[in-house]
Ligand binder design. Structure first.
Ligand SMILES: Nc1ncnc2c1ncn2[C@@H]1O[C@H](COP(=O)(O)OP(=O)(O)OP(=O)(O)O)[C@@H](O)[C@H]1O
Ligand SMILES: [Mg+2]
Length: 228
């Protein structure tokens, strides 16, 4: 009942001109609801590829994916984006905020998808304030991303990831562009979210961060070599 994700024999190939690059090899992985899972491994080991296919941002070549007790291996793009928008939040190394929008508008963005049409303007505005407050930056609502520090921008990206109240947060090297003190602030926010029952799936290079996780998988050349 508590399984959120099950990957069965997942393989991923990239077809290049003169070769077939085998980037994920027979991946079997179970993620429970409430897990704080970290995916570790060297550059090029397949971490981002794995995270992206878990979040329906990319496709795998063979194998089976069960999400939320449903076989999601053969969903079409509409079904994939619907699940993504409703259940999943994303945080990236480079924040991916839009500088022509205010902080408040950036945080509101994931509510503009059609699946969110039913939310009233008042409720949207309430939620923007609520999640900006969660990350401690309500006072920056009217500013633009370039006026904020890197750590503040990542906190805004976290508020944006939370706005649809997803139950799983995907984070690809969320502290990769930050100094160690600021990284700790971000990790503490993620830890708090995990304590509030969000499942966190995070990619990192940084072995010091594994203390935040309850489960760590190590990838090497597309293979899971170790699970802690
Ligand atoms: N679109 C693509 N086309 C072809 N090959 C790709 C593509 N994306 C990734 N790869 C290759 O797949 C392998 C895994 O890449 P991936 O981005 O998953 O690694 P990573 O572990 O996230 O690395 P990093 O720590 O540098 O972000 C690498 O060999 C990479 O060159
Ligand atoms: Mg990567």
């Amino acid at each position: 009942m508590n399984k959120l994700v099950e990957l069965v024999n997942i393989n991923k190939f990239y077809k290049l001109k003169d070769q077939n690059l085998h980037v994920l090899k027979d991946i079997n992985l179970t993620i429970e609801r409430g897990d704080f899972l970290m995916i570790m491994g060297k550059s090029g080991s397949g971490k981002t590829t794995l995270l992206n296919l878990l979040g329906f941002l990319d496709h795998f070549t063979s194998g089976k994916y069960i999400f939320n007790e449903k076989d999601v291996t053969y969903l079409n793009e509409n079904q994939r984006s619907e699940l993504r928008n409703i259940h999943m939040g994303f945080i990236f190394q480079q924040f991916h905020l839009i500088d022509s929008l205010t902080i408040g508008q950036n945080v509101e963005l994931p509510m503009l998808y059609k699946e969110r049409n039913h939310i009233s303007k008042k409720e949207k505005s309430h939620r923007v304030d609520k999640y900006l407050d969660t990350v401690g930056l309500l006072n920056k609502k009217k500013q633009t991303p370039s006026e904020l520090s890197g750590g503040q921008q990542q906190r805004i990206a976290i508020a944006r990831a939370l706005i649809n109240d997803p139950y799983v947060i995907f984070a690809d090297e969320p502290t990769g562009a930050l100094d160690s003190e600021t990284s700790e602030d971000i990790m503490n926010i993620l830890k708090k979210l995990n304590e509030d029952n969000k499942t966190i799936i995070m990619v990192t290079h940084d072995g010091d961060l594994t203390k935040y996780a309850n489960k760590v998988i190590h990838l090497k050349d597309g293979l899971i070599t170790k699970v802690d």
